[in-house]
Design a protein around this ligand. Structure first.
Ligand code: GDP
Ligand code: IMO
Ligand code: MG
Length: 430
């Protein structure tokens, strides 16, 4: 009997999860997504080509490995179809090694419309959603009115679809949403719906399964399963900076409900953290930099969203947030990504505590969104060296290794590997 290893983001998303999953896939038999949906953008790079995945797990390029979209994930069939086609153009036929849970919920075009309507209604308090329909689709799931992948095969699917759409249109009306000027990919809701309905045929070509039985059977046979998280712990619906969060459980606990595995079957928990911090969308970000250093991190790190293209907010690494994420997830190993972005920096700051109303704390306060938080910064000397071509952890510059050692000391968790470029080959294991 084996256990499910978990890989997830420890910050506000975009930590480099996709890249690390791709690197680790050879060690596993199955790669499974357990939450989120097309709000995710996971970037992989190899042989000089960049690939961005949204719903499909990041193990897909390894033909002999099974990839699973678990019950906790949301699928938008048209986005899914585009992703499948994009892979096909790169000679990767996902129908061969991708299985989909029948219990995964569907994102309807009208969920996307409601996402826009909700954000519009919030005005200045808007969350900065990716507008992929995540919040409204999870809302319907919890309200027990959602539609699932398996429903697509039922005779009354269209009827149920129309009923749900009708409810959504009523809500939009109540919110005084201007439906006439609403567009998805430059299409009206009706035009988009036509594409969306047609894309259900692509979904039907895949192996639609009860993934909880499949995953547990794999574990029983001693196969190795890796659960791939989306978003990050600070965007978790319960523990993130609510309401500036996504609508799913992004932490290890989400693996149990999002794949149907018992807590006792969780193995290693690998947490991914950038060597600094980014956040896209609204919400608190205590270490955010508004100066030229922040601008440098954004430019040198190419910090633009893989899903929306928006510029990511940048700042120093945040230890209280990292420790919180390690605690919530039971992280056993940390992977640090993107230190190479700071190769030219004279000094690198680490926020080791927060000062709130004159008091020092290591905890994320309930009032995260409203109190003024002064990050307590400790300076570390930069390594001032290009990392290109370094292939062993011990050959990394001493100042970088010292920075990593400080991270380990502050979090109490060992750093297992450091990634030094977007490419698959550049991960140095300790
Ligand atoms: P994910 O959502 O966690 O999978 O991360 P994203 O793909 O949204 O964002 C991470 C970005 O950083 C992508 O553009 C990656 O290609 C890139 N990246 C990943 N690891 C490294 C690294 O070690 N160094 C650099 N410079 N870029 C990296
Ligand atoms: P990956 O998997 C970074 C953010 C959005 C917004 C908030 C809610 O690539 O790390 P939603 O669309 O879920 O309603 O948006 O969460 N967000 C992400 N930020 N990376 C992601 O995914 C994200 N998915 C959602 O920007 O602030
Ligand atoms: Mg991303």
């Amino acid at each position: 009997m084996s256990k499910v290893d978990v890989l997830l983001g420890l910050q506000w998303g975009d930590e480099g999860k996709g890249k690390i999953v791709d690197v680790l896939t050879p060690e596993y038999d199955v790669i499974a997504r357990f939450q989120g949906g097309p709000n995710a953008g996971h970037t992989l790079e190899f042989n000089g080509i960049k690939h961005v995945l949204h719903i499909i797990p990041s193990g897909i390029f390894h033909e002999s490995k099974i990839n699973v979209i678990g019950n906790g994930v949301l699928i938008e069939p048209n986005i899914f179809q585009q992703e499948v086609n994009a892979l096909m153009e790169k000679n990767c036929d996902a129908t061969k090694n991708l299985y989909i849970s029948k219990k995964a919920h569907l994102i309807l075009p009208s969920h996307r419309m409601l996402d826009a309507a909700n954000e519009h209604a919030k005005g200045n308090a808007k969350i900065g959603s990716t507008l992929k329909g995540i919040g409204p689709a999870y809302t319907d799931k919890i309200a027990r009115s959602g539609l699932r992948v398996g429903d697509v095969l039922e005779a009354d699917f269209r009827e149920r679809y129309e009923l749900l759409k009708c409810q959504h249109l009523q809500t939009a009306h109540t919110l005084k949403f201007d439906l006439d000027s609403f567009r998805i990919d430059n299409m009206t809701l009706d035009q988009y719906e036509e594409k969306w309905l047609a894309s259900l045929e692509t979904l039907k070509k895949f192996k639609l399964i009860n993934s909880e039985y499949f995953i547990n059977q794999c574990l029983e046979e001693g196969k190795k399963v890796l659960a791939e998280g989306a978003q990050g712990s600070m965007l978790d619906i319960d523990f993130g900076s609510y309401p500036f969060v996504t609508s799913s459980s992004t932490i290890t606990a989400g693996v149990c409900s999002g794949l149907g595995v018992a807590p006792s079957k969780i193995g290693r928990v690998m947490g991914i953290s950038k060597a600094y911090c980014t956040r896209v969308g609204a919400g608190p970000f205590p270490t955010e930099l508004f100066d030229t250093t922040g601008e440098r991190l954004c430019q040198l790190g190419h910090e633009f969203g893989a899903t929306t293209g928006r510029a990511r907010r940048c700042g120093w690494i945040d230890i209280p947030a990292l420790r919180y994420a390690c605690m919530l997830n039971g992280v056993t190993d940390i992977f640090v990504t993107k230190p190479d972005v700071m190769n030219d920096f004279d000094e690198i700051m680490m926020c080791t505590a927060y000062e709130i109303e004159g008091k020092c704390t290591n905890e994320i306060p309930f009032e995260y969104n409203t109190v003024e938080i002064k990050p307590q910064l400790t300076a570390y000397p930069g390594w001032k060296q290009d990392l290109t071509g370094i292939t062993e952890y011990n050959k990394l510059p001493e100042n970088l290794r010292n920075y990593i050692a400080a991270l380990e000391e502050h979090t109490g968790v060992r750093v297992h590997a450091v990634s030094i470029s977007p490419d698959r080959k550049d991960v140095l294991f300790k």
